[in-house]
Design a protein around this ligand. Structure first.
Ligand code: ASP
Length: 473
């Protein structure tokens, strides 16, 4: 987004820095200030989410840095996040209903759904297989010394207990699938942004929105006012997002500062092999898999694609939330990639919850890493089970910070890896969450581009251009 100021007759025209550069600046400044402050304070490492400064022995360590991280940086960052979360439900609801209503032709809608599903399964499968290949090859869990494991376990055991308690409330698969059809859509909307809802709330909201959109096609004359109302909701949500995004550089910087100031770099040292394996997997998936798919199916140069979506990538990295990034992704898809509105609405809103390649890769690596640490031998059959469950868990993960943690424990326990092991990686989860969300959101935009291209190829040029330009219902 290239925002420029009005030129005044006296002053020479001054261009404001593009939003993605501002966000990048915020990230770099926040991150380096946090690391520097942590080094200066040389304080004990704390589990993420512990805001009242309990150290590992249970003593209160109210030092100044903690105060600044918890009472200044974190709240400022959360103002930005909350402004965006505030409009996610109305935005997802209106975008998906309008998407389904705008597509009109049921066969086309079914085709879009199948293509989205096909790409999601393909990319998630490649992501998990890549993760498993790397973790088997590098073997980071075999390299962790027993005393390092004990220290990590002692540090994060309390936070690990919370993740396990959440996972224990997880419903059986049958219930998860049934709950996609909401009995009470309003109730689902209320709980859908909660990580412990395991994403079902959001899937149920999407199901309701799509049903509404499909139904509109059968009685279009009776629904003109309803469609206008949905258009209005969608438009005002985008305006509010526009205001919130002006805070993005500061908000993102503060969020990163709060994480790095509390954790510092010391927390990374014992887990370098694990982090390296994950980051290598993310890098290969981003640069090789996405680039090939966007070039082959999206008919676009990967270089140009990544440049166009940089706003969305940086927002994903800063917020650790696919849901919070959805409005930016929608804008980028329509304004920068020039994708038809109803196709991007449809694919991106579904993708924000349903397509999480980074999360799927992360699941695979974590489960095998912890199996290595606990000397649990996973045969081929169990590794295949990990692949399938990681793909499903990726679909069911809420697009919020830390949304995948309850799901990971479910996958671990299903193949006999102790759930308590999650405590070992909690210290670095937030940093990896930023990276996997970046991959998740990029994957959504890759799929939206590929699906849009294939739709345009099917249509005569005139109608393709008409759709690109508006897509009004
Ligand atoms: N934070 C991720 C997202 O929003 C979900 C996760 O992997 O925890 O996409």
């Amino acid at each position: 987004m290239q925002a420029s100021e009005e030129p005044s007759p006296a002053a020479p025209r001054r261009k404001r820095l593009a939003l993605h550069w501002q966000i990048l600046l915020g990230l770099v400044l926040g991150g380096s200030a946090g690391v520097a402050a942590n080094l200066l304070a040389a304080r004990p490492v704390q589990p993420p989410g512990v805001v009242d400064s309990l150290d590992v022995d249970g003593n209160h360590v109210h030092d100044r840095l903690d105060w600044w991280a918890s009472n200044v940086a974190d709240p400022i960052g959360r103002v930005f996040l909350r402004l965006i979360f505030m409009v996610v439900i109305p935005l997802v609801f209106s975008a998906l209903a309008l998407g389904a209503a705008g597509i009109g032709d049921m066969r086309r809608l079914g085709g879009l759904g199948l293509k989205t599903l096909g790409f999601t399964v393909l990319l998630s499968t490649v992501a998990v297989l890549l993760g498993l290949l790397l973790v088997n090859w590098i073997g980071p869990g075999r390299r962790l010394a027993p005393e390092q494991q004990d220290a990590l376990r002692a540090q994060y055991s309390r936070a690990g207990d919370a993740a396990i308690a959440n996972a224990k409330q997880a419903k059986p698969l049958k219930e998860v699938l049934l709950d996609i059809i909401p009995e009470n859509p309003l109730q689902e909307m209320v709980g859908s942004m909660d990580a412990s809802s395991k994403g079902n709330g959001m899937l149920a909201v999407m199901f309701f929105a799509m049903s509404l959109g499909i139904a509109i096609n059968f009685v279009p004359d009776a629904c003109q006012a309803l469609v206008a109302c949905l258009e209005g909701i969608n438009a005002v949500c985008m305006v509010i997002i526009g205001f919130a995004m002006r805070l993005a550089p500061v908000g993102v910087g503060c969020l990163v500062f709060a994480v790095t100031a509390r954790l510092g770099l010391a927390v990374l040292t014992p887990l370098l092999g694990f982090i390296g394996t994950i980051l290598l997997g993310f890098l290969i998936h981003m640069l090789v898999v996405y680039s090939l798919v966007i070039w082959w199916f999206g008919r676009m140069s990967p270089w140009e694609f990544f440049g166009d979506i940089s706003d969305a990538m940086l927002t994903a990295f800063g917020t650790s939330s696919s849901n919070a990034t959805l409005p930016t992704a929608l804008r980028v898809a329509q304004e920068d990639l020039g994708l038809p509105r109803e196709v991007s609405n449809f694919v991106l809103t579904i993708g924000a919850t349903g397509n999480q390649n980074g999360t799927a890769l992360f699941h695979g690596v974590v489960v095998l890493f912890l199996a290595q640490v606990f000397h649990v031998e996973l045969g081929l059959g169990q590794q295949v089970a990990v692949v399938l469950m990681s793909i499903l868990a990726g679909v069911g993960t809420a697009g919020v910070p830390g949304g995948s943690l309850p799901m990971i424990v479910v996958v671990m326990q299903s193949v006999g890896v102790p759930g308590e092991g999650i405590a070992l990686i909690l210290g670095v989860d937030r940093i990896l969450d930023m990276c996997r969300t970046l991959l998740n959101v990029t994957g959504d935009l890759v799929i939206a581009t590929c699906v849009a291209r294939s739709e345009q190829r099917k249509m005569p040029l005139d109608s393709a251009l008409e759709i690109s330009g508006g897509g009004e219902c």
